[in-house]
Design a protein around this ligand. Structure first.
Ligand code: A3P
Length: 346
């Protein structure tokens, strides 16, 4: 049943928009704030209610994260586990076709052409309908056979409150310093954002929560609050780095996939950093640079895959700024036990 979209979408204040547009060339259409819980491009307004009302199926699994927290890694793991460790298909079919990104229509720049095969498939399924209006990426989710695994960066509250009665959510969190460094590189790479500044300038935006998808801590707070729900598995990127087989074991139980130890080893191997970086199905950097969606000359979408890379970017001044931001977001920023270093050698 349809319900009202319960939040106001408010364009960010003029001053903030001007500051953002000067450095993020991809934000020319402006950003909207969803009552302090999320920040999206203005055309999210066209889709917000559709996402909120989306009728999930009881065998759907959502991979939900704040960006740069290990989404792609977890998508590949969950898909492979839920598809009888079919690493052959996983190595041939792009991940974003197997585990579609439900809200990508609301991010995809309006001035860029849609990819021809995606638009063509949409037009075949919906003759005469407008792909931009209806949403080609949302349509990919609708067209996916069960059991579906779906990616989202939207926080829980931007879906209907009964989401967890309908399906399971794997929520992945990563320490904010490594997310900040990773997001900085990704925002320089993707044309959706096209950040043109340096890292200190990025931290300036970050610590004011002036970012696409911000605020980080409200997203995390929503996930953390649901961590004991039987249909939520809350994972940390750092734990996955430290002990992937242990975390695959937890996923095996949560997803009910019943894989044997040897199969979990295959999943771990298939989803290793070097494996995923080298495969075009999980690391589309070169293809999307050619297609014009990614900027050339920037770090790749799958970049370094370590914990503690932040130490290479944070000066004492930036750390102090970050610390103040963390204090502003207490108690959540204190409650979630993040690791900023891990024991395992990288
Ligand atoms: P870095 O930029 O620190 O390298 P997301 O998929 O949520 O956008 O997260 C991207 C981050 O996860 C990037 O971090 C990326 O390199 C890392 N990543 C991707 N695949 C990984 C893997 N198999 N193992 C470890 N890290 C991975």
């Amino acid at each position: 049943m349809d319900s009202e979209f319960p939040y106001a979408l408010t364009p960010l204040p003029e001053e903030a928009q001007t500051k953002l547009k000067a450095k993020f060339l991809g934000f020319s259409g402006g950003l909207v704030d969803v009552e302090g819980r999320h920040t999206m491009p203005a055309h999210y307004a066209r889709f917000a209610k559709q996402y909120f009302d989306y009728e999930f199926q009881d065998d759907d699994v959502l991979v939900m994260t704040f960006p740069r927290s290990g989404t792609t890694w977890t998508q590949e793991i969950v898909w492979t586990m839920r598809n009888q460790v079919d690493v052959d298909t996983a190595s041939k079919v792009p991940l974003d076709a197997r585990v579609p990104f439900i809200e990508f229509d609301s991010l995809y720049p309006e001035h860029l052409p849609l990819s021809a095969p995606i638009e063509e498939a949409f037009r075949k399924r919906h003759p005469g309908e407008d792909p931009r209006e209806k949403g080609v990426f949302l349509d990919l989710v609708n067209a996916l056979p069960s059991p579906r695994t779906i990616k989202t960066h939207l926080p829980f509250s931007l879906f209907k409150p009964d989401l967890l009665d309908k399906c399971k959510v794997v929520y992945v969190a990563r320490n904010p310093k490594d997310v900040c460094v990773s997001f900085y590189h990704q925002q320089r790479l993707v044309k959706v954002a096209e950040f043109s500044g340096d890292f200190p300038e990025y931290v300036d935006f970050w610590t004011q929560d002036l970012l696409l998808r911000a605020p980080y801590w409200s997203h995390l707070a929503e996930g953390w609050a649901r961590r004991h729900h039987p249909n939520v598995l809350f994972l940390f990127y750092e734990d996955m780095k430290e002990n992937i087989l242990g975390e695959l074991g937890r996923l095996n139980t949560f997803l009910g996939t019943g894989l044997m130890e040897s199969q979990l080893h295959t999943v771990a191997q298939h989803t290793s950093f070097s494996g995923m970086k080298s495969r075009g199905t999980t690391n589309p950097t070169a293809a999307l640079q050619e297609a014009g969606e990614f900027k050339k000359g920037e770090a790749g979408f799958i970049r370094k895959g370590t914990t503690g890379d932040w130490t290479n970017f944070f000066t004492p001044e930036l750390e102090e700024k970050f610390q103040k931001w963390m204090e502003k977001w207490q108690p959540t920023s204190q409650e979630i036990p993040f690791k900023y270093h891990i024991k395992k050698p990288e």
